[in-house]
Design a binder for this molecule. Sequence first.
Ligand SMILES: [Zn+2]
Length: 344
Amino acid sequence: MDLHSKRYLLILILTAVVIQVRFVDESHATTKKKTQFTCPVCEKKFDDFVLVSTNNFGGQDHDFLERAAGEQPVLIYPKTCPHCFYSGYPDDFKSVSEAVIEQILHKGALKPMLPISQDAKSYEIPASIKYDLIAQTYRLCAKPEKTIARQFLNASWATRMEPGLPLLILGEEVVDQVHQWKRDQWNKKEASRLGNLALYRIQNARDYIEVAKSSEGEVQTIAALAAIENFRLYGENAEAANALLILKKIMPEKRFSDFEKYLNESIARERHFQTKALLLFEKIIQTEEDKNEKACLTYLCGELHRRLENWDKARKYYVQCLQIDDHPDWLEKWVKEQRDLLPN
Ligand SMILES: [Zn+2]
């Protein structure tokens, strides 16, 4: 996995701007304001955004990611000091122990997955890299394993928010065409009926695949790209990979291989963090005493295995989570829906 690419960082920033401009619905938008933080480790100052208001109109992915309409809070929450890489949420920037300061300042304990220059802005650093640094910081602070596992889960969610990337590499004109085509397909009534916008967008992608299979020429290409964008945005990466097979037959070879490479790198980053989260959650559920929490985390292990295409392990955890007393009622519906997605 190539995480040391400056191109990756640059395009992430460009994409953040593109997504913000094209998808914000003003009446529902997430709002944020720039604030100055003082690093409790190196005492230098830096700016980053804090969330002012948000919403849950974007629906919820079945690995618990809640989505807003407009800009996504998961990309705004994490903060990183660009000078010493100390990372956390706003409340973590109040004080820190001398032992942690020593580890960070004198032993270089925090290692970003991408090079971060001293004049970088905290808000320009990809959120997934910040979450990884939060996990490292929290380890130094001896925070509970579950708290650390959640940072890796957040990092995987943040990489999922890069869906514009594969399309952007094909040029702005293609992005415009695909988004216009998606707007033309939009069925507000059906979206309202389903309630969860995230599930509706995944269903859209499956419908787009059918359009791509039964059409030709420009529409076929646009429909396949629209499907891949939605699958990637919602982390349904196995289906995104399948959709690539359609594109491979109709797109010029070099253009396709650039697109495929970029998409696969993006998926690999998400899976890297999912694997790190999963390793911790699988340990945590062995000793979790709260039955409700244990059921939800056991389900999450199943869901992460499904997303990593470990079908048998996914199936095993989906069964196990419903065998735990006091599992929440809604979990039965979720398990049924997710088990139906597994190959026979
Ligand atoms: Zn610092």
